[in-house]
Design a protein. Sequence first.
Length: 234
Amino acid sequence: MLAVSNLNCFYGKIQALWDVSLKIDEAEIVALIGANGAGKTTLLNTISGVLRPASGSVEFLGNRIDGMKSYAIVELGMCHIPEGRKLFPDMSVRENLEMGAYPKRVWDRKQETLDEVYQMFPFLKSRQGQLASTLSGGEQQMVAMGRGLMSRPKLCIIDEPSSGLAPIVVDEIFDIIQQLRDHGIAIFLIEQNVQQTLEIADRAYVLENGRITLAGESEALLQEELIKKAYLGL
């Protein structure tokens, strides 16, 4: 579904990613693990068309996308749920959700998709007229995820969904991510909660200083000494 090959990215003269390669198959959760400043968000922004790589390639569903605009990548079936939610604070919950349905291929089905999102996040329906800025952090994260799903994606990139949330809300977010996988949506998950992430992910990559240093099935990575010491505090 997604193939990243030998990706190199710069901020000015400073190199942020070094020969990064990874792949994501249909209906699987793939995690990206790394410390702050490792290059995770840079990689996500490059995949989703916000940044342009200096070299290397990104292919999605057989299409070369590393030179495409973000809106065109969304049209192909990828959504990016950014860190920090990035909602429109002075718009209602429903208006925020409808903003996710602008691609031509899904606009005519937006009411059907909205009903599906409300089924997954029932509280959003009861709050649909409320301004996004008045919601709690967990509620805003639900809106951000719902907005992404309004584009009916085949691949969903989710950046730090549990940031700043209470543990009980985090559990709910992770349950929903697994439901999305069960519905056939591939997930690329970036998350600081390494233990819980590896428990739901099929595979994972470790990014350190802009380089992939470790990759494998999640169960195996949970036993790696590097993961235990650097990310699990064991």
